[in-house]
Design a protein around this ligand. Structure first.
Ligand SMILES: Cc1ncc(COP(=O)(O)O)c(C=O)c1O
Length: 376
């Protein structure tokens, strides 16, 4: 990345996780240019473009169910909104179980189920749907069984459980093994749909198309975004066919839509980016490169890095001391590396490099991190 003053940076955030295939990947750029020469805008749900249909069909082939349907939109928050609404349509129940620390976007629906940082919610609490139970996120000090006990007792109004397979913004927090599976079981038992927010973790980032499926959990609805459009704003809610059927006959008027949803440019970019991930086996590359990057970081034994957490090319460096990640990320910026502070206490450095990052850039980062932490 080059900023407006001409300073050069290695972007280890992929622009909030978007540029998994790299910034301005030539094949994505080419697909967008070709589409721009053909058609910029179609009539969304009423008379969709061919490229939108192709994208929907492609997304359904990536789904973990034999029959699937997908809805397109622009932002991650849009995809979460579609999933929450689908759950209401399919179950008739408006209550939601979400998790402390979760981040699903800041539009009203997603904000209502986002437990991360009070400051995002507080001014708007009066306008947020209140039937949300925030359950505890398990971790080092709270085991799976104890966390399950903190789920609601009364499920009569709960139509959905929404969960990130790895909490990103909360500090790259992994649930202990078995937790997602337990949520699957509890949701089934109580007639609630399991929505997995794969907006950050999906599409190769964590080493598979879907982190949840890779962990052996088949959700009812999957939200995708960020990397999907290869740099353009595209998101999707993909669902099991029988669940999506709750929306009624697709030939009738769509009761959840948006003027620009499934726009031709974004659809072309998304198809190109999916093709790249598939053809170049980028999910597997993320597994290998991520492992090597984590090993390199651990081998440094940096005194103030308590833990290196990693799945594919999603990493979290647990620092000692709250707010530390703010200072460290600034110091890294001055050394030419873009990283994001994460965690409620801003004590985690979140790393989500593009898969195109090279060894030299990663080695340079590790040396700069040592310096930014004030190490020898
Ligand atoms: C897991 C997750 N869900 C949803 C969102 C919201 O996506 P958007 O900012 O595109 O609305 C984000 C964004 O960081 C995210 O990480």
């Amino acid at each position: 990345m080059v900023d407006s003053d001409g300073n050069r940076y290695v972007d280890l955030t992929s622009g909030f996780g978007v540029a998994f295939v790299g910034h301005r990947h030539p094949e994505v750029v080419e697909a967008v240019k070709r589409q721009a020469d053909r058609l910029l805008h179609a009539l969304g749900d009423l008379h969709p473009s061919d490229v939108k249909i192709k994208l929907l069909e492609k997304l359904c082939t990536l789904a973990p169910w034999p029959q699937a349907r997908a809805m397109l939109s622009l932002s991650g928050a849009d995809a979460v909104t579609a999933a929450l609404k689908t759950a209401v349509m399919a179950t008739g129940k408006t209550g939601v179980v979400a998790f402390e620390g979760s981040y699903h976007g800041l539009n009203y629906g997603p904000l209502a189920v986002s437990g991360f940082a009070k400051r995002f919610r507080e001014p708007f609490v009066g306008q947020l749907q209140s039937d949300v139970h925030f359950a505890a996120w398990p971790g080092a000090d709270l085991g799976v069984e104890a966390a399950l006990k903190r789920l609601p007792e009364d499920w009569s109004r709960v139509g959905a459980v929404i969960v990130e397979p790895v909490q990103g913004r909360a500090g790259v927090r992994f649930p202990p093994p078995g937790f997602l599976e337990a949520l699957r079981r509890v949701s089934n038992k109580n007639g609630a749909l399991l929505i997995v927010d794969e907006i950050f973790t999906g599409l190769g980032r964590c080493g598979a198309w879907w982190r949840s499926v890779d962990e052996g959990v088949i959700p009812d609805l999957i939200c995708a975004g960020k990397a999907l459009g290869g740099g353009l704003p595209v998101s999707a809610c993909i669902g099991r066919e029988d669940v999506m059927r709750a929306w009624g006959d697709p030939d009738r008027e769509a009761i959840h839509t948006g003027t620009f949803y499934g726009d031709p440019l974004g659809s072309a970019a998304a198809l190109a980016s999916i093709q790249l991930i598939e053809r170049d086996e980028l999910a597997q590359k993320a597994v290998d490169r991520g492992k090597a990057f984590a090993a390199m970081l651990r081998a440094e034994q940096l005194a103030s890095v308590n833990e290196v957490r990693q799945a594919g090319m999603m990493l979290g460096l647990q620092l000692e001391g709250s707010m530390r990640a703010l200072h460290v990320s600034r110091a890294l910026l001055e050394r030419g590396y873009l990283v994001l502070p994460a965690g409620a206490e801003a004590d985690v450095i979140q790393l989500a490099p593009p898969i195109t990052v090279n060894d030299e850039q990663l080695e340079g980062f590790v040396a700069s991190l040592r310096a930014a932490l004030g190490g020898p």
